[in-house]
Ligand binder design. Structure first.
Ligand code: HEM
Length: 376
């Protein structure tokens, strides 16, 4: 084990530009000359340590004069996360939608008051599978050349729209990937969100609505999506995201716990803070999730094995009660699949980001044993 500061200092001193990739076991279909042509021009940015918690996490105006809304320009990236989209529209995240992990952690804390260890875990896990470790940049939407030259395949560096890394089935306002568009706001699904809020929340979205809607969305996908899957790591984000609108999209001066549908649409569809919006008072993460889990206690991670209505439990998936199985499998399976044999600066960048990911589990109190897919 090593301290992230020591690793960072080492990397910062060591490298500014990659001269060549030392012997790759596989050249990913490229000739050595082609590979060197890509990597020799890739500026390597050593990832700095993640930001700590906010010094002051009280409620405050976040739709302020320093953060005006600006509409998308051609080429700007937006994706499946209504919070990151909104933060980019207001300049908390670069308006291009291309950001470093540290910028994302800072933005979700400053703009919405997401708790630090959760912000770090979510960001570094997402970054390790969807971002570019060589340039330290990730798209909050689609794959784009704006994140710089890619590491060799099978790495994808495809942004948050990538299916089944963090994005996945049963979203509240986005369709399952099987139906074509897994990242754009979908009015039909939002109407369903409204219907559930009317039925279970007297016209507002709250934890009770969140639990009922999650139950419905799982059943709906089992019945209609032949390729439905809900296993770790997506399993964890699906249950967390159910309570996020109630935890983060309500104005900080409103203590009712009831999200208005106007505010909901502002974030989900318009990617915009409601007028005069204050962030919540005090940092949180998944508060309220137990209510969603309790109503769905019978659900076990799994997938449709042979078309619709063939739900099959996947015993290899972490359950919601197994955060360390999630961490270990994510590192050893999801990340290693994309980066089977990294060397040189790519390996260094992955190692340091893996360290940041592990430290987030420590900060969250998960007490997991660290794994080192690329050695110590
Ligand atoms: C306060 C901070 C955040 C809030 C309030 C938030 C909220 C949400 C919500 C409500 C959804 C579900 C959208 C839907 O079901 O229609 C979502 C989706 C998503 N978020 Fe965030 N998010 C936050 C931070 C982050 C961070 C830090 C990341 C990663 C860097 C992230 C990545 C994603 C991704 C990949 C999805 C798509 C998952 C899906 O398939 O539904 N989010 N987010």
């Amino acid at each position: 084990m090593f301290s992230s500061l020591a690793v960072y200092t080492l990397l910062a001193l060591q490298v500014c530009t990659i001269s060549a990739f030392p012997a790759y076991q596989s050249l990913a279909g490229l000739t050595r000359e082609e590979l060197d042509a890509v990597t020799s021009s890739t500026p390597f940015v050593a990832p700095p340590p993640p930001p700590g918690p906010l010094a002051d996490d009280s409620s405050k105006l976040v739709y302020d004069s320093a953060h005006p809304y600006q509409a998308l320009r051609p080429g700007d990236q937006r994706g499946p996360c209504p919070a990151l989209n909104t933060l980019a529209s207001h300049g908390y995240i670069p308006r291009t939608g291309i950001a470093t992990p540290a910028q994302i952690v800072t933005a979700v804390q400053e703009g919405l008051n997401l708790e630090n260890s959760f912000a770090r875990f979510l960001t570094y896990s997402t970054f390790l599978v969807n971002g570019n470790p060589l340039t330290n940049l990730m798209s909050i939407g689609d794959k784009t050349s704006a994140t710089g030259p890619n590491p060799p395949k099978p790495a994808t560096v495809s942004g948050l729209d990538t299916h089944n890394n963090c994005e996945g089935d049963t979203s509240m306002t986005r369709e399952d990937a099987f139906f074509g568009d897994n990242h754009s706001f979908n009015e039909d699904r939002f109407q369903n969100f409204i219907n559930f809020s009317n039925k279970y929340g007297a016209g507002k979205y709250n934890y009770t609505v969140a639990a009922q809607l999650r139950k419905f969305l799982i059943q709906d996908s089992i019945q209609n999506n032949p390729q439905f899957t809900l296993v770790s790591p997506r399993l964890f984000t699906a249950f967390a995201e159910s309570v996020f609108p109630a935890n983060f999209f309500i104005d900080g001066r409103d203590k009712s716990g009831q999200l208005s549908l106007t505010n909901a649409r502002s974030f989900f569809q318009n990617m915009m803070f409601p007028p005069n919006f204050y962030r919540r008072d005090g940092a949180v993460s998944t508060t309220g999730q137990d209510i969603v889990i309790n109503l769905n206690a019978n659900f076990k991670p799994g997938f449709n094995a042979k078309g619709v209505n063939t739900f099959t439990v996947d015993p290899t998936s972490a359950t919601l009660a197994q955060p360390c199985v999630r961490y270990v499998n994510f590192v050893n399976n999801n990340i290693k699949e994309l980066y089977p044999n990294p060397t040189g600066t790519l390996k260094q960048a992955l190692t340091i980001n893996l360290q940041y990911l592990y430290e987030a589990t420590v900060a969250a109190g998960d007490n997991c044993t660290q794994v080192f897919p690329y050695g110590h």
